[in-house]
Design a protein around this ligand. Sequence first.
Ligand SMILES: [Zn+2]
Length: 314
Amino acid sequence: MSEREKIDILTERVLSRFKGREIDPKEVSKRLKLLIHEFKVPEEEAVRTVTNYLLKELDVSREEIVTESPIKSISEINRAGEWVSVKAKVMQLWDTDSPNLSQVGLAGDPTGIIKFVIWAKSRKPEVKEGKSYLFKNVVTDSFRGRMQINVNRNSDIIELDEDIGLPPREMELIGALVAIQQNSGFIQRCKLCNRVLKKGVCAVHGKVDGYDDLRIKGVIDDGVSYYEVILNQENIEKLTGIGIEEARRIASEKLDREFVLEELRKKLLGYYFRISGSKGSRYFLVREIEFLSPNVVEDADKILSETEKLMEEI
Ligand SMILES: [Zn+2]
């Protein structure tokens, strides 16, 4: 994009806020050019400065000039005083005593979570927890170092049919590995796309050279729910002592890669783990994993046999 085109676009942005008012586009361009090229002011700031200048010149309030604000994801909101639109799900509503406030709470999208404030004066219908909305033409603000969005008279809150996802949740899981799924163990991956090869064949690239990797796709049962987890080479080596080199040794000794999976099964299946990571839409992404008690199954067996002995004695 040429410098000239850039100025034209920014000029258009400033003017779009002042629809129906007589403003000379050349005057706006001239000021933007001066700020950006002569005074090296960042573009966004230049737009704001010129907008503020026009507000003063025309003697209008900021609220009177807003039209459509760009849709931003929550992670993109990092400056106060900008008009934006945000698609987000209401996660929590907080109690509020202030008569100035209609509702306060947290809203989220896949990129983050932000506080929202709906002013009583805005006269908006109430939002509900668990529902997704387009918060249109809201103003960003910063309070005690955290960003928030404010809903005012010029904003709109539109309920959406789509369900807006939330960021992955960091959590801890304690449960047993109750199943190990296909394509686990001492696998080979495509050198071009990292997909797991099946009999030396990549689903996309056909017969290709592969590289060795270790991976377990498993199911953890925490007594309440099932979670699909993926353990990588690092997780597996830490838990079992079997790394790539050891896996190669086992495979070449037995002339069968499947033997590695057999070994891993023996060391992992049925055991309890403490896992921390984040819950995505399908998989639980493992950050740290450790045995809850390395011998929990053996312990259980021991307790069981001791109990049986006791029962016999009684
Ligand atoms: Zn491939």
